[in-house]
Design a protein around this ligand. Structure first.
Ligand SMILES: [Zn+2]
Length: 427
């Protein structure tokens, strides 16, 4: 055995003082006492599965002044995330087998964490679904326009879902109905205007259309970043092949609260009312929502500081997601069981990867937490290239250590591996 790690580990829904044995990056034993060639004793510190983020925009290739795969994945490491799945709206977009191969090869050289990629579905590549499937972990469809989106005509939806259903890979949706958005669009001077331009009804309508188009197909569908009460209401009665996710910003922020410079909080779907925020948070607690996803979508400070109407939408979040929610667990606002399900177990299940659990046969991906380590989120301490966070000064518990496939990635706040350590999880 290469390595054993001792501490208070979260195994099968409870904490046990135990040792985790690791060989070739996999967990091979969980026992009271184990001693491998190398042994780490974390004493009374807590060992949790590392997080998995199914929704990041690392802006690579094409917009690497905002982020690139090395800075984005470094932010993931320090935020306790061992695996990320990157969206297709890069430049070029990953909408062809060639662009997917290029991206995978490039990220293999750059990434600090394991990764997967999505193929974007557009009006023009529907015929290539089978070829695309060989190169990706899932598909992304934008039903409404957003910053650097890929346009898709909803009249094609049923046909696309039919062809993807035979392949078995998940389809992720940005669910805001384009016609509805166009109807409501007006010049925006602030977050309340942005909310009026993108009302909850557009999300509701879009989710309804996804339900209708996918009826009886059994395609695996994921509704990204649900943001409204109306959306949640519909999803309460979803069939079992449909999952949904919520972002930290939608369930922790609302427009009634003074959010600092409004343009920095312009995001799609928009940050909504405290009523929506609370409903979303309750849905995390009661299990209606499957996963937390960061929708890490960085833009530089300069890009976010222009007049509100022309500001690009999106905000960073991959590094702060797990730490923010660990603090909420410490405050007993959320249970461990729900947190680990939302950030580890369900994301891994949805992508079919052997991660997210501290069990024999799974990748040895875990974080070490000391709940006395409550700190404040500060832009200066984060690793994203964009250099800011919507959660400045929020309390959080950052992991002191993360292991990915049995390799220790952080020591004394320094990264211990080189770019390219991260592996493609396979298509
Ligand atoms: Zn996104």
């Amino acid at each position: 055995m290469d390595l054993s790690v001792e501490g208070k580990a979260y195994i099968n829904g409870t904490f046990e003082n135990c040792c985790i044995g690791i060989d070739d990056g996999k967990i091979v034993a969980v026992k009271k006492i184990l001693k491998a060639d190398e042994h780490f004793d974390f004493g009374n510190k807590i060992i949790l599965p590392a997080g998995i983020d199914l929704h990041v925009h690392f802006r690579d290739p094409g917009m690497t002044h905002k982020e690139d795969f090395s800075t984005g994945s470094l932010a993931a490491v320090f935020g306790g995330i061992s695996c990320v799945f990157d969206m297709p709206n890069t430049v070029p977009q990953t909408t062809t087998p060639g662009s997917l191969s290029d991206k995978i090869n490039d990220c293999k050289r750059k990434s600090f964490v394991d990764f997967g990629v999505y193929a974007g579905v557009t009006n023009d590549n529907i015929k290539d679904i089978e070829k695309l499937a060989k190169k990706c972990n899932g598909f992304k469809i934008f039903l409404g326009n957003t910053t650097v989106a890929l346009m898709f005509d909803k009249t094609n939806l049923r046909n696309v879902l039919k062809s993807i259903s035979t392949i078995g890979k998940p389809v992720l949706f940005h669910a805001e109905d384009e016609e509805c958005l166009i109807k409501n669009r007006s010049v925006e001077n602030g977050l309340a205007d942005h909310l009026r331009s993108r009302p909850a009804g557009c999300e509701e309508l879009s989710i309804r259309e996804i339900f209708n188009a996918s009826q009886d197909l059994g395609s695996r569908i994921h509704v990204c970043h649900v943001s409204s009460c109306e959306g949640l209401e519909l999803l309460k009665n979803r069939p079992s092949n449909i999952s949904c996710g919520v972002t930290p910003h939608h369930c922790l922020l609302s427009i009634e609260k003074n959010l600092g410079t409004p343009s920095f909080y312009k995001v799609n779907p928009p940050v909504r009312t405290s009523f929506d925020k609370e409903a979303l948070f309750n849905a995390l607690k009661n299990g209606l929502v499957d996963i937390l996803e960061s929708d890490h979508a960085p833009h530089t400070r300069d890009e976010k500081a222009v007049d509100f109407d022309s500001v690009p939408c999106g905000l960073p979040g991959v590094e702060t997601m797990y730490p923010l929610f660990l603090y909420l667990v410490k405050k007993e606002i959320l249970s461990f069981q729900r947190l680990i399900s939302l950030l580890c177990i369900r994301p891994a299940e949805l992508m079919g990867i052997p991660k997210g659990r501290l069990e024999v046969g799974y990748d040895a991906d875990f974080v070490v937490i000391d709940f006395k380590d409550v700190g404040k989120i500060r832009s200066d301490n984060l690793h994203s290239k964009c250099g800011w966070t919507p959660f400045e000064d929020w309390s959080a518990v950052f992991p002191s250590c993360i292991f990915v496939r049995g390799e220790k990635l952080i020591e004394d706040h320094e990264i211990q591996v080189n770019q390219g350590f991260g592996q493609f999880v396979g298509a």
